[in-house]
Design a binder for this molecule. Structure first.
Ligand code: FES
Length: 319
């Protein structure tokens, strides 16, 4: 016997309900089929969303034991093997407003998607005869990002959104901004890059959860890094984000290869960072910062190789 605890919401209150299922009824089934089984045989009031049942439409994202998955692409046997228990908790995606049970409100996220102009704004020199052609190679550059099915798994697991969603858009929005900006037919990458900056491009906290949970293997974290590089290359170099990135680069490549927190903070925030002197003293006291390295330090072993690696990464980006 297995048990599914489902987090429910009836529009007014949140509660949980347990459903017992015979092993033979769920063995070989997907999580989506199990939810359908519960709805058909135990509780017709259970609400969730799904459509294609084959990992294409993105409608069936839910959380299992606190991790986002596509219900139609997740086998019950694998879940029990992964969690080593016969009790699983199914919850709605995090970082979305719940409408009913496992169904969440997508409107604010779609509004954010609209802001970055995800459609093609083509170069004006395309002739009516040629249309908007691109080579296979040009398409291959953006093919991975086209795989995004807007399931919301990345947004559900995003630690930045959990901490504060007021100044940050969903990770998949940045992936679509990257895709549109790097489309060879696009007339202006900044048409997508500027709203991405306004939507918190520099506020990503690099937790990589978006990349870990994407069922299509897309790394929004990489796309965010790529967008940052693109907007800086196009002249959007004002603000703390670009200053922070430049400071990293200076320490790693032109400096000793050792990240210097004091200089990093000063270069990023200027004199206002002095307000955090108390924290710096605490870090020094607790041995988290080496006082001998506050204003520099010995060049790290293998620095030449590190510089070569970064230069090679730069060169490959320009190809
Ligand atoms: S039902 Fe379409 S992706 Fe799962």
């Amino acid at each position: 016997m297995a048990t599914l605890i489902i987090d429910r919401f009836d529009g007014k209150k949140h509660y949980e309900r347990s459903y017992s299922l015979a092993d033979e009824d769920i063995s070989g089934k997907t999580l989506l089929n199990t939810l359908l089984l519960i709805k058909q045989t135990q509780d017709p009031t259970l609400n969730f969303t799904a459509s294609c049942r084959c990992a294409i439409c993105g409608a069936c994202g839910v959380r299992i034991n606190g991790h986002a998955v596509l219900a139609c692409d997740t086998k019950m046997d694998e879940l029990f093997a992964t969690y080593g228990a016969d009790i699983l908790r199914v919850s709605p995606l995090a970082n979305f407003t719940v409408i009913s049970d496992l169904a969440v409100d997508w409107e604010p996220s779609i509004d954010n998607l609209r802001k970055i102009h995800p459609g093609l704004a083509a170069k004006s020199e395309f002739s009516p005869q040629d249309g908007c052609r691109q080579t296979q190679e040009e398409f291959d550059r953006i093919k991975k990002q086209w795989d995004c099915i807007l399931c919301g798994c990345c947004a559900s697991e995003c630690n930045k959104l959990t901490a504060d969603r007021s100044d940050y858009m969903e990770p998949f929005v940045f992936t679509h901004a990257w895709r549109a900006a790097h489309d060879s037919r696009s007339k202006d990458p900044l048409l997508h890059g500027k709203p991405a900056v306004a939507g918190g491009l520099w506020n990503c906290v690099h937790c990589q959860e978006c990349a870990n949970r994407c069922p299509k293997g897309i790394s929004s974290a990489d796309d965010i890094a790529g967008l940052r590089a693109m907007v800086m290359a196009k002249g959007m170099t004002e603000g703390e984000g670009p200053a922070h990135a430049r400071s990293f680069y200076t320490d790693l490549v032109e400096g000793s290869g050792r990240l210097n927190e004091v200089r990093l903070a000063l270069r990023t925030e200027g004199v206002s960072t002095l307000a955090r002197t108390g924290m710096a003293i605490t870090l020094l006291r607790r041995g988290k910062m080496n006082p001998l390295e506050v204003f520099g330090g010995e060049t790290i072993e293998g620095h030449d190789a590190l510089v070569k690696m970064i230069e090679a990464a730069h060169a490959s980006e320009k190809e």
